[in-house]
Design a protein around this ligand. Structure first.
Ligand code: ADP
Ligand code: S3P
Ligand code: MG
Length: 175
């Protein structure tokens, strides 16, 4: 039975790689953010605004437990998922966990064009965004570091690169 949790910072490629990986293995793909959005009929941004982050994290934890019941599935988590409660231990106990490790410069390049959808990044200047990413990665590193596997997802900028990364991920996990 395959149950893989992809973790890593915003822009690391959890959604992109998760989707392509699931297609390659011909098994369902679940993006935890999308799952939450469908379940609550609201965007992550709206949920953050309406409930505040603390309440969003409670909800995210409950939804993580719900999706972890599925079998033969690739699950992309949100960037913050591993960093709250015992979520990382929970994922390690219930599946294989991969940390998508990407250099802060690459994350900055990817995220500066996508701050609108990500409530935590909204309204930041380039310099603020760069500093924010570096600081957040330092804080989150101990959590991401608990994943069983580490994968360099720095090259996802073309379909070719995504396809190559899928093959590398496959051999890393031995599937
Ligand atoms: N269809 C695509 N073609 C090329 N590059 C893409 C495509 N989709 C995503 N990417 C790249 O992958 C990056 C990671 O995005 P995403 O998968 O949403 O990360 P995460 O889910 O970890 O926040 C994007 O910012 C972009 O650089
Ligand atoms: O890093 C974070 O705290 C968050 C990452 C987002 O997911 P992505 O990493 O898929 O963008 C989303 O869950 C929410 O905006 C919070
Ligand atoms: Mg995502």
């Amino acid at each position: 039975m395959i149950r893989i949790f992809l973790t890593g910072y915003m822009g690391a490629g959890k959604t992109t790689l998760g989707k392509a990986f699931a297609r390659e293995l011909n098994i369902p793909f679940i993006d935890l953010d999308w799952y939450i959005e469908e379940r609550f009929h609201k965007s992550i941004r709206e949920l953050f605004i309406e409930r505040g982050e603390a309440s969003f994290r409670e909800l995210e934890r409950t939804m993580l437990h719900e999706v972890a019941e599925f079998e033969n599935v690739i699950i992309s988590t949100g960037g913050g998922t591993p960093c709250f409660f015992d979520n990382m231990e929970y994922m390690n106990d219930n599946g294989q966990t991969v940390f998508l490790d990407v250099h802060p410069d690459v994350l900055f390049r990817r995220l500066r064009v996508a701050t609108q959808q990500r409530p935590i990044l909204q309204g930041k200047t380039d310099e603020e965004l760069r500093a924010f990413i570096i600081e957040a990665l330092e804080k989150r590193a101990p959590h991401y570091g608990k994943a069983r596997y580490r994968f360099d997802a720095g090259q996802l900028e073309s379909r070719r690169q995504i396809a190559d990364s899928v093959q590398q991920l496959r051999s890393l996990l031995g599937i």
